[in-house]
Design a protein around this ligand. Structure first.
Ligand SMILES: Cc1cc2nc3c(=O)[nH]c(=O)nc-3n(C[C@H](O)[C@H](O)[C@H](O)COP(=O)(O)O)c2cc1C
Length: 204
């Protein structure tokens, strides 16, 4: 498969679409090695990865649940139950953080973006290795207790929880046409469409 086809075909698997086992150590190394090819302003290599193996997922979940309950003012109890149930079945959880170097000529934002680019490379490499993966963050990565739970320093900023496992089934998602997102600058603050819109879904 060409690299472009792999990119077009990559899609996320929610935890209920995954099963055990988690990727073995050799696959995991190949997948994580892809992080090192992510674009990285200043060659800082601001990547910090922490793996939670299958056997530790239940206790991680319990700790996360307590943390969510401590923040209950911000998150509905029903959502906390949903999040905990979602996470507990993950074959493997990876916390990717930006290992920020400050002060530095490269902005904090650029370092976080480099960490995010590393996450995308993990998703693409997982697809290549036929591993189910999803990037999941909103209610977890921003949780204040995550630092303590995962032994992060103040300079390490959580960017993504990535769940990895075995795909239950293989499917290819329809993707929409990129044309409406693309514009051409023609001077004087004016934009025109770059491509003609087809309204067709793109499926490789
Ligand atoms: C920064 C970021 C945070 C995300 N957080 C969540 C999340 O908390 N919950 C969720 O269901 N999906 C989350 N997603 C979206 C999924 O990872 C996934 O991209 C989405 O379900 C669409 O599936 P696809 O990747 O196959 O297009 C997040 C994506 C990104 C880029």
């Amino acid at each position: 498969m060409s690299a472009l086809d792999l990119i077009y075909q990559r899609s996320s698997c929610h935890v209920h679409e995954m099963q055990h086992p988690a990727p073995d150590s050799e696959k995991l190394k190949r997948i994580f090695q892809a992080v090192m090819s992510a674009p990285d302003h200043g060659n800082i290599k601001p990547w910090h990865l922490v793996v939670v193996d299958t056997e530790y997922v239940p206790s991680m979940c319990e700790s996360m649940c307590h943390a969510w309950l401590d923040n209950a003012g911000h998150i509905e109890p029903a959502r906390i139950r949903r999040l905990t149930n979602y996470l507990k079945d993950a074959p493997m959880v990876v916390l990717v953080s930006a290992d920020i170097v400050e002060p530095h000529a490269v902005s904090r934002r650029d370092q976080v973006l480099a960490a995010a680019a590393g996450c995308q490379n993990i998703l693409l490499a997982a697809e290549q290795e036929d591993i189910a993966a999803i990037w999941y963050s909103t209610d977890a990565a921003e949780l204040t207790q995550v630092h303590e739970l995962f032994g992060l320093t103040k300079q390490q900023e959580p960017v993504a929880f990535i769940m990895l496992g075995t795909k239950k089934e293989h499917r290819i998602k329809k993707r929409s046409d990129v044309a409406p997102h693309c514009h051409k600058w023609i001077g004087n603050n004016q934009l025109t469409p770059l491509f003609e819109s087809t309204n067709e879904s793109v499926r490789k």
